[in-house]
Design a protein around this ligand. Structure first.
Ligand SMILES: C[S@@+](CC[C@H](N)C(=O)[O-])C[C@H]1O[C@@H](n2cnc3c(N)ncnc32)[C@H](O)[C@@H]1O
Length: 224
């Protein structure tokens, strides 16, 4: 993989740590796309990314390389590319990536990736969006991968969720701050930007009585 200057976010924290009790398998994700159970996709983009765009871009930096792990067909990839940034994504489901290019009206080419069996990269003809179709775990473990692509000035926007994990097993998976600290705390400053109530009827139907969305900004600690 290439080296990145910016890592915008981890979607809903699902795979940051590895929960022993409940894992959504690759087959289940592919099935969700096939059955169109894609309520996680936000057609207008993620409001948290909109809200913290200035924080992420450090007030208007341009020409950044922005990494979207678990990208699905996130529409933000198009608007960040339109702003002059270079976008790299990783996603299991080939149909999600093809839908992205079709829905965003972008032409693209498709290449295999030597060294990762079955993996492909889809590149926009304009050259500023490259989406890898493979498992992120084919590249590395999630947290290690995220750390390996962060450069000195990188801002990593991480959204996690909190709820009573005795009442719902996920996804999205419950990731407490302690786990984020244990995965990233040695090398990153971790700042909580906000903790908001995101409770909805869907969460109620899962048997929960609260559901919080917590947004962190991770930056590399300065080397002494
Ligand atoms: C919560 S969704 C994010 C969707 C995206 N924000 C969008 O708007 O379409 C998580 C995505 O990660 C993908 N995924 C799950 N496990 C993966 C893995 N191991 N490697 C790459 N992609 C994965 C799923 O197929 C799914 O599209």
């Amino acid at each position: 993989m290439e080296s990145f200057t910016d890592v915008p976010r981890v979607e809903e924290s699902s795979d940051i740590g590895q929960k022993q009790d409940r894992v959504v398998t690759e087959e289940e994700w592919l099935q969700k796309w096939k059955m169109r159970q894609i309520g996680f996709h936000k057609e207008q983009g993620h409001p948290i990314l909109r809200k913290y765009l200035d924080v992420l871009l450090l007030n208007g930096r341009s020409g950044l390389r922005i990494f979207f792990p678990l990208c699905g067909k996130a529409v933000e990839m198009k608007w960040l590319a339109d702003m002059g940034h270079y976008v790299v994504g990783v996603e299991l489901c080939e149909c999600a990536l093809k839908e992205f290019f079709t829905e965003q009206d972008l032409s693209y080419s498709e290449e295999t990736i030597p060294g990762i069996s079955g993996a492909k990269v889809f590149k926009s003809t304009s050259g500023n969006i490259s989406l890898y179709c493979c498992s992120i775990y084919d590249l590395s473990s999630y947290a290690d991968l995220m750390l390996s692509v962060m450069e000195r000035s990188c801002c990593y926007l991480l959204v996690s969720v909190l709820y009573d994990s005795n009442k719902h097993k996920g996804p999205p998976f419950y990731v407490p701050e302690a786990e984020i600290k244990s995965l990233f705390g040695k090398v990153c400053e971790i700042k909580c930007l906000e903790k908001v109530d995101d409770f909805s009827d869907q969460h109620k139907a899962w048997g929960l009585d609260y559901f919080l969305e917590v947004t962190y900004l991770l930056t590399l600690k300065s080397v002494p």
